[in-house]
Design a binder for this molecule. Structure first.
Ligand code: NOJ
Length: 590
């Protein structure tokens, strides 16, 4: 079953494609729900929680990799692009999951990892067996070494996860791996590689998948002509489209071909690029002729700070407009410290160009979560305010599983139980990303891995997870889960054309903006209450106090003359159009 245009829950403004202003919920499948009790989340687990996803009010699910993998990098080491990891289910389970989500009006986006495969991929095994000079090696990037007997790597490049980017194989040649050793880079100059990915895109599109998230979309094509530059020289080469390794102009030849594939389906399949490139070059990926949308990760680096938030919003709306795409907003994902924790820690030191000197939260993670001291309550309160701010922005919001529970990062994972290659390749200098990948708590009892499954949990869950369990928060109208549900429901009713207008507040620490239909949002990033000039709030991240917006809080006001039920479709079971005034009444703070 597919989701027909216009029937979905998507916040569709008439005539606009569903993805432009969607709320997309990222599922990290191994940590979402475990149906078969082996300690690893799986696809039947996702299916079993389809009602939860429907009730949450999201428009689409993005599934991180669920393909066969040795899990050297949490599934981003793919051994077969056109199958399901047997530990996570079967293709039939995938189809059942897709039907369960589609029948609830939820679209499905899958992750494609084209820069590298797993070293367990049949192609890499063939490359090892076939030896130097073979066609099989041409699918990857093999080179002879330097120095006596080629015993030194072809260059001194470092991998993203730390340590050398070249690994030697038994016959003495070396292969390039931009990430872990188990993730050999594919050779995108080879037409066979290109053709195989087209096959993969068609395979999932034919099954009914609605779109794709493209992993490190800026890294596929490379110019490896000899002599290879040194790591120091690489740093000095401008990233203007002709850098040997990053963000090359010729990568868009690949995406033009993919675009033709996407557009051969009805409705066209969508794609969103994970592209870590200079701001000015993001539109190249987001153009309709290319992938169509690109992630904007600026809020992952921003403090909970009015000036920083405003600058990020302004710049990214302009960039989206320049590309013809819509903007994307991300506060958390599977690669960063959860935003509830980031906002409960001191602001990080910044470099001269404004970026955090270290990944935000890394010092705290290294201390096992003891130093600096995490202010859990402030972090969660600010996270709620930031989410409500972001959900009202024009464009798509990408949400990460567990943030709807206000979950904090788990900092107390023993080293022996860590999984992230970042931790191992940096020899513990960086803790890595396991803390945001701990399986979700569904119930308060630790007996069942907090409802995750009967067979324990592949990463250890802390005792405090119980307090944030879904079943606990569902019963609490003031919980973060209740706030997300209310906000996502209202977002459908309030959605409007893709623009905003800033409204002056007279305070540097308070932002206010208005959408074209009069939907208004005020966020108080400061420490003192902000008196409001309206009393018709539809949702707030904390109760309003005597007509004022407290510190670290956001409030939404609906359009003054809102048509009740506008833009919302009838409830599947009752057939009734939910009334916005009911939502407003239920959701209103004092
Ligand atoms: C980006 C993904 O988000 C990350 O989790 C992964 O480790 C790298 N790409 C390599 O695939």
């Amino acid at each position: 079953m597919t989701v027909a245009e216009g029937e979905a829950r998507a916040s569709v403004v008439e005539g606009a494609p569903w993805w432009r202003q969607a709320a997309v919920y990222q599922i990290y499948p191994r940590s979402f729900a475990d149906a078969n009790g082996d300690g690893l989340g799986d696809l039947p687990g996702v299916t079993s929680r389809a009602d939860y996803l429907e009730r949450l009010g999201i428009d689409a699910v993005w599934l991180s990799p669920f393909y066969p993998s040795e899990l050297a990098d949490g599934g981003y080491d793919v051994a077969d692009y056109r199958d399901v990891d047997p530990r996570l289910g079967t293709l039939a389970d995938f189809d059942a999951m897709l039907d369960a989500l589609h029948s609830r009006g939820i679209r499905v986006v899958v992750d494609i990892v084209p820069n590298h495969s797993s070293d367990r991929h049949v192609w890499f095994q063939e490359a090892l067996a076939a030896g130097r000079g073979s066609a099989a090696r041409e699918r990857y990037i093999f080179r002879d070494g330097t120095g006596t007997d080629g015993a030194e790597p072809p260059s001194d490049w470092q991998s993203v996860f730390g340590g050398p980017a070249w690994e030697r194989v038994a016959d003495g040649q070396w292969y390039l791996h931009s990430f872990a050793v188990e993730q050999p880079d594919l050779n995108w100059s080879n037409p066979e590689v290109r053709a195989d990915f087209v096959r993969t895109l068609r395979f999932w599109s034919d099954r009914g998948v609605d779109g794709f998230r493209i992993d490190v979309a800026h890294m596929l094509t490379k110019d490896l002509s000899e002599p290879l530059p040194s790591a120091a020289e690489l740093e000095l080469i401008p990233r203007d489209g002709d850098h040997p390794l990053l963000d090359r102009d010729d990568v868009h030849e690949v995406y033009a071909e993919w675009r033709a594939v996407f557009d051969s389906y009805d409705p066209p399949r969508t794609a969103v690029a994970e592209a870590w490139v200079d701001k000015a070059r993001v539109p190249l990926y987001a153009r309709p002729e290319s992938l169509g949308q690109a992630f904007n990760f600026d809020l992952l680096e921003a403090d909970f700070d009015a000036a920083q938030f405003r600058a990020v919003v302004q710049e990214n709306l302009e960039l989206a407009a320049a590309s013809g795409s819509s903007s994307t907003w991300v506060l958390s994902n599977h690669d960063v410290v959860r935003h509830a924790s980031r906002y409960g820690l001191p602001h990080p030191a910044r470099t001269a160009d404004g970026h955090p000197a270290q990944k935000h939260g890394s010092e705290w993670l290294l201390s096992g979560g003891t130093s600096p001291v995490l202010d859990r309550e402030a972090g969660e309160r600010r996270a709620r305010a930031a989410t409500l701010f972001v959900l009202a922005l024009p464009g798509s919001s990408y949400l990460y599983q567990g943030e709807e529970l206000g979950l904090h990062e788990v900092a107390e994972i023993p080293d022996a139980e860590r999984q992230d290659p970042t931790f191992f390749r940096s020899r513990g200098a960086e803790i890595g990303r396991d803390g945001c990948r701990v399986p979700l708590p569904w119930e308060p009892s630790a007996e069942t891995a907090f409802g995750f499954g009967s067979g324990g949990s592949h990463l250890p869950q802390p005792e405090w997870f119980g307090r944030s369990a879904v079943s606990v928060e569902e019963g609490d109208p003031d919980s973060t889960l209740s706030l997300y549900r209310r906000a996502l429901e209202l977002r459908h009713a309030l959605q409007t054309a893709e623009s905003l207008e800033w409204v002056e507040t007279g305070r540097a620490d308070v932002l206010r903006f208005r959408r074209p239909n009069g939907w208004e949002v005020v966020t108080n990033f400061g420490g003192s209450p902000f008196p409001l000039d309206r009393a018709d709030a539809v949702v707030a991240s904390v109760p309003l106090v005597e007509g004022a917006l407290p510190a670290d809080a956001t409030v939404w006001f609906g359009p003054v003359a809102l048509r009740v039920g506008a833009g919302r479709r009838p409830d599947r079971r009752s057939g009734l159009v939910p009334r916005l005034d009911g939502l407003v009444r239920d959701g209103l703070a004092s």
